[in-house]
Ligand binder design. Structure first.
Ligand code: HEM
Length: 207
């Protein structure tokens, strides 16, 4: 039976449970704040950001060079020049591209971990991270292994052979990468979509 004494006891239990849950969530918020405290000083943050933007810019430039060499290889009426374009593509492009990608990734990781942005706190950072890792993996597993064949094709074309069918798909890698890098740059500048679930706080979205 419910008596005034029972009701008072159960209300006391409920308010003590509520108080302890508030205390627990305050403690969790304090831990998150402590973890979120930026450890890159403003000067280092700027230095790493410069490197990050240079890395991303170099990566975009190398993708453009990739696309130009494919177009010269496809379209040049001069077989020597077309063959040379494929040889240059197969020899010189992928290593600098991977280096620029890894510089962008490493500096992006530092900027995420060392500033208030975090890696899994804001959607725009997380999506850039996933995109960059996927692109870097594709360079290593899908692009790099094909380059010796591209060089061999270039030598054959320069010696008068007809271009092989596999050269027809070579425009896809720079086209897809340039689209992804343009998207990543847009995300970096616009910082859309706000915080990820559970990351708390106010949205920083500018769109
Ligand atoms: C796909 C390649 C990427 C491109 C093209 C790119 C581009 C940029 C650009 C242009 C900025 C400057 C934005 C501004 O100052 O308003 C920037 C900032 C930033 N990027 Fe990236 N980024 C890339 C990959 C990454 C990755 C992989 C991460 C994280 C792991 C990352 C994390 C950050 C963070 C946290 C900032 C803000 C730094 C700050 O203002 O303190 N980026 N990015």
């Amino acid at each position: 039976m419910s008596t005034p004494a029972n009701a008072a006891a159960s209300s006391a239990r409920a308010s003590s449970a509520a108080a302890s849950s508030v205390a627990a969530s305050n403690a969790a918020a304090a831990t998150t704040r402590a973890r979120a405290r930026p450890w890159l000083t403003p000067r280092w943050r700027k230095a790493v950001l410069v490197l990050h933007i240079l890395g991303a810019g170099a990566w975009i430039g190398i993708e453009v060079i990739f696309a130009v060499l494919v177009l010269v290889g496809w379209l040049s009426p001069d077989a020597q020049l077309a063959g040379l374009a494929f040889q240059a593509l197969g020899t010189f492009v992928v290593t600098p591209m991977l280096t620029a990608g890894l510089v962008t990734l490493a500096t992006g990781l530092l900027l995420g971990l060392g500033t208030q942005w975090g890696l899994t706190r804001f959607w725009w950072v997380f999506v850039k991270l996933v995109l960059t890792v996927v692109m870097a993996v594709l360079i290593v597993v899908a692009l790099q292994p094909d380059m010796p064949a591209v060089v061999a094709q270039g030598e054959a074309i320069a010696a008068g052979a007809a271009p092989g069918a596999e050269l027809r798909t070579l425009f896809f890698p720079p086209a897809v990468s340039l689209a992804a890098l343009t998207f990543a740059t847009t995300l970096a500048v616009a910082k859309p979509w706000g915080r990820m679930r559970g990351a708390g706080g106010r949205s920083q979205s500018r769109w």
